[in-house]
Design a protein around this ligand. Structure first.
Ligand code: CU
Length: 641
């Protein structure tokens, strides 16, 4: 910080000198100061201290609303927009993904079969990216709604007969004459009948949700308490056993509807492959890879935009199927930040993307996957400001210290926080302790683990979706060893909602996206999705020659000692496996840096991979080595199993 203000002062002196020669007003000063600023940030000494940002030149056909970004084991970045938060794209069925290759700065458009916008994703043990959920319908804002609409539950109490379809357009009538009509078709299954001891018959009704709107415009059709509806028409079930019901239907805003589609992205063929549908449609779900190689889908908004009430499901790679997991039920807000722990349970840091209850399920803690129990972790400052916060497993992963950074109040609350906090899960009784404050309250900070055991923090905005021109154009490094932040060179592009940052295999950091609500400080003009891509080279890339890994196995096992060749053996100080990021909505819970012990041996090093699957889940990793100056090698990709 101190260093930065000194260089700032030097800058002011030079600007004043220029002003003496330029008689014109502030325009000239600003032009001159820009010239000088551009000169300074491009000097070698500046780059050595603060690093350097570049903005990519992207051809129009590859420009994309980057909502999701994932580093593939091929070293390329999959960038997914789907409809990209653009209802015109959604209605036209225009869904987009591109693959960017940072090694030669090329792009490729990828055929995108459905709207993955705001789905969830994580890697499978073989390095393919599993994507589930997304958008089935855009939100409808209250000021455009003319008739009451909402979810109607259709109940079948009869155990007889076969399933049948209740078509869209079916009318329902309440005892007081309110008339509603369904807008989607649903399948109604008969009630289930079980015969127990002493031939006791138990019939369990089936319930299925459908969407209805009022036949009459205006508020007079609102439903405010539990009301039963007669389903008009002729059906294979007696009317007394077959009815609709709802607690509330009105003219409030209708949230996005989730999609139940699921795909695998194959990095080798760069194509999407459809797999079985989710059992529950999900918008803003978190997907978390488990120690057994399965993937758990958690939270999200369901088929009609209601928060999912704790139901989870898991994906089995061998069968490519999603199965409901009723033994694991836990309510979270959307995109809960869930991390796989060495004991194979999950840690919820508190970070989330909102929606659902403002209180239930927001407390950080450990979710025991054997018992479905949850142990709260207390002591977090600003505990109500976890929405739009970021969280990260600090390097090295073995220390099990997690950091939460920034965040804000619920929805469009003007409250945001500069707080960072750390919890040590290796402690006997884990609790949050304060970390250094961010320079200002920050929503949507992007946080990236670096190969030198530090963490980069960049972007974000003070207010919801960058309101009041509140983008934060800064970049800092957090050093877990000293618990201090230091200031780096500044990016030039604002990154708020729907933005991402991730570590590239060459040690640089890519930043993408940004979806401000408004385009000006007064919040009177519409905002546009930020399509500029920036790449940051940290100071460690300006400190002389890089060490190199020149050979070794691609396939390694946990618990094994493995040999890699390097011409720099004597200089290698550290080696670590860094899991690639798959990030959306500031949720980047995959990245982890596992420290490896190093033994130097001739023109090679021997490294030992920890044996815990919860610490080193099966996947592709980037092996980085560093020299005494902290300069990292290029990554050497290895698959750990
Ligand atoms: Cu979103």
């Amino acid at each position: 910080m101190r260093r930065r203000s000194r260089s700032g002062k030097r800058l002011v002196t030079v600007v004043l000198t220029v002003t003496l020669f330029a008689v014109n007003g502030p325009m000239v000063v600003s032009f001159a100061s820009n010239v000088i600023h551009n000169y300074v940030i491009n000097t070698r000494t500046y780059k050595e201290k603060y690093g350097h940002w570049i903005t990519l030149n992207v051809a129009t056909k590859y420009k994309i609303n980057a909502v999701h970004a994932a580093l593939l084991y091929t070293g390329k970045v999959l960038i997914v927009a789907g409809s990209g938060n653009n209802v015109g794209n959604f209605n036209a069925g225009r869904f987009k993904s591109v693959v960017y290759n940072p090694a030669n700065n090329t792009f490729k458009v990828i055929h995108t079969p459905s709207d993955m916008f705001c789905g969830g994703h994580t890697y499978l043990p073989d390095g393919k990216l599993l994507i589930a959920g997304g958008t089935a319908r855009y939100e409808v804002l209250a000021d455009t709604i003319k008739r009451a609409a909402g979810v109607m539950i259709i109940t079948d109490e009869s155990p007889n007969g076969a399933p049948f379809t209740l078509p869209a357009g079916t009318k329902l009538e309440s005892p007081t004459g309110l008339m509603y009509v369904t807008t989607v078709a649903v399948t109604v299954k008969p009630a289930t009948k079980t015969i127990g001891r002493h031939r006791k018959v138990t019939v369990t009704e089936t319930n299925v949700e459908t969407w209805v709107h009022a036949l009459k415009k205006g508020k007079t059709s609102d439903v405010a308490n539990l009301t039963q509806f007669t389903i008009l028409g002729h059906y294979p079930v007696a009317a007394r056993n077959f009815f609709g019901s709802t607690n509330t239907i009105n003219m409030a805003q209708q949230d996005f509807w989730g999609s139940n589609k699921s795909y695998i992205f194959n990095p080798a063929t760069e194509t999407y492959q459809r797999v079985s549908n989710l059992n529950m449609a999900r918008w803003y779900p978190s997907l978390v890879g488990l120690a057994n190689g399965k993937v758990l889908a958690v939270s999200g908004l369901g088929a009609f935009g209601q928060i999912i009430n704790g139901q989870t499901e898991e994906y089995t790679p061998a069968t490519k199927k999603w199965t409901l997991t009723p033994q694991l039920t836990r309510v979270f807000p959307t995109y809960p930040a869930l991390f796989l722990l060495p004991d194979e349970n999950l840690f919820f840091s508190g970070s989330n993307a909102g929606y659902g209850s403002s209180t239930i399920g927001r407390t950080p803690g450990i979710w025991n996957l054997q018992t479905n129990g949850f142990t709260d972790i207390l002591g977090l400052k600003d505990p109500r400001d976890t929405e739009t916060s970021a969280s990260v497993l600090l390097p090295p992963a073995q220390a099990q210290k997690y950091m939460i950074l920034g965040g804000g109040g619920i929805g469009q609350s003007l409250k945001s926080t500069a707080r960072t906090a750390i919890v040590d899960l290796n402690a006997k009784k884990p609790h949050w302790t304060p970390g250094p404050n961010l320079p200002e309250p920050t929503r949507y900070p992007n946080v990236v683990i670096l190969p030198d055991n530090k963490v980069l923090i960049t972007g974000g905005s003070r207010y919801y979706r960058g309101q009041f021109n509140s983008d934060i154009l800064t970049c800092h490094i957090y050093n877990p060893a000293t618990n201090k932040l230091s200031t780096l060179a500044s990016p030039t592009v604002g990154r708020n909602y729907h933005s991402e940052a991730l570590l590239l295999p060459d040690g640089r950091i890519i930043t993408l996206g940004g979806n401000p609500l408004f385009g000006n400080k007064a919040d009177t003009t519409p905002g546009y999705f930020q399509q500029e891509i920036e790449i940051y080279s940290p100071p460690y890339l300006y400190h002389g020659a890089r060490p190199a890994i020149t050979g070794g196995p691609r396939e390694i096992q946990r618990g094994q000692t493995v040999q890699f060749t390097t011409p720099n053996s004597a200089l290698i100080q550290g080696a670590r496996l860094i899991a690639p990021s798959a990030v959306t909505h500031v949720t980047n819970t995959l990245q982890r840096s596992i420290e490896l012990s190093v033994v130097r041996k001739g023109n090679s090093i021997l490294v030992t991979v920890p044996s815990s699957v919860g610490l080193v889940p099966s996947d592709w990793y980037m092996l980085f080595v560093t020299n005494p100056a902290g300069t990292p090698s290029m990554a050497y990709w290895v698959h750990v199993d």
